[in-house]
Design a protein around this ligand. Sequence first.
Ligand SMILES: [Zn+2]
Length: 541
Amino acid sequence: MKITLSLFIILLCISCKPQPELHTPVSGDDIKKHMEEISSDKYMGRMPCSEGEKLTIEYIKQELESYGLDTYKEGEYFQEVPLLTIDGKMSQEMSIDFGTKEMKLQKGKDFVIHTQRKVDNISLDASELVFCGYGIVDEKSGWNDYAGLDMKGKTAVVLVNDPGYGGDDQDFFRGDIMTYFGRWTYKYEEADRQGADGLIIIHETSSAGYPWFVVQSSWTGPQQGLSGIDRSQDCGIKGWISLMKAKELFETAGLDFTAEIKKARKPGFKPVPLNSKVSVNLENSYEECLSQNVLAYVKGSTYPDEYIVYTTHWDHIGVGKVVEGDSIYNGALDNASGTSALLSIAKSFSQSPRPERSIVFLFVTAEEQGLLGSEYYTRNPIFPLENTVCNLNLDGVNPAGKMNDFTITGIGHSEMDEIADEAAKEQGRYTMAEQQPEKGSFFRSDQFNFAKSGVPVLYAEGGYDHAEKGKEYAREFKDNYVAKNYHAPSDEYVEGEWDIDGMVQDAQIYYNIGNKLANNRQWPKWYPDSEFKRPGKKLQD
Ligand SMILES: [Zn+2]
């Protein structure tokens, strides 16, 4: 009897053992083909609302259509994203008046400014300058860089990053890891809340994570925001000045720059008047336009109302300032690579067994203009965010060849770390934390909008430990790219210089992670000490 029962159980287990399923691996040839196409000059740097957008979204749509994926509405691959484009012409000079002396800053070289308001003309007219430390107000810790100030009629001058950067205490603003308080987007929002006339951020290359020319090229020319948001009470003029001019400003105001920064890093800092008034002007022309997020999905076989959402941004910064005879910012790595990898992942899912949960492939617009496509999607989700299991974001897929590492940007927030770690081990790799957390990369791509909305995210890639050529080679390759090509016209796909195998490896691990989560019942959780939380009562409760 006993034996028979055991035998029965064994037989039962054999018969119910899942059959190995045939999954189509992601294709390197496809990735390469897509990348060559959409990073070519024909696509003119894929600026939202340009001819380049039309070509790009049509290309993505046709690919998705050819895979036979599901659409959220009959035949609909697009989600309209209304954008407001403001082209602000900066006055040639920004003048800072000290009463007896005057300082003149040159546009582009020394300062850049812009406005998010839809107005013809806006200026700072002898607005009082005040040094407001890092421009941070944190109710939890009681930190307040605007303490005791009414910012009406005033312009705040603030430092980039947060006071933890460069210190020894890992618990003080998370040490070198940039907190959200270190991001310029946060500083903008806080200046809005303070009702300041203007906000000027002092650029410093190591704390910002990029050189001045990136500030200059990113904030010169037309700027886009989401349309239909009331900004009439916001801080009117926002911008940046170079470190050199900031030092000159402090000196002329009779202040020791280094000593003032030291004070700003300590609790109890009080804002410091800069004994001067700033004047600068912007003349705006603006237009509104509709850009598009592009999406399709694989409907889950068992739990179609639970979603794994992949994101990647299709846009880049278009045509701009000529550098070495080239004005087209092709954005091959940023982010033709992610777009191509996600197309390849979508195709693989379309050719593999249907997963239990649904899998969404979302190609968002206007990431480069401030994560706008993903912001619009998370404000107006097509698939409910409370039913979204996780967001897997690709932005800049490793072009340097196969890696031993799978480096997580924004590690320590959720159980997505453990899921990534398991998938990495299966590929013979290991996970680690991003190497320059001071850059705040976690806040600089589309997963951030999902995190803010409570959806656990993964944003990871290989790039620090080359499988054959080692760590030094990987480091050099990366540093070289950032220095030469990041947001420059030279971000181009060059046959022979890039090793596609690394992209295939990362696209495959992203596929594996999505596939695993789409075929189990797991709802990855935020760690208790993370600043992010899943909102309300949801499917997973
Ligand atoms: Zn990007």
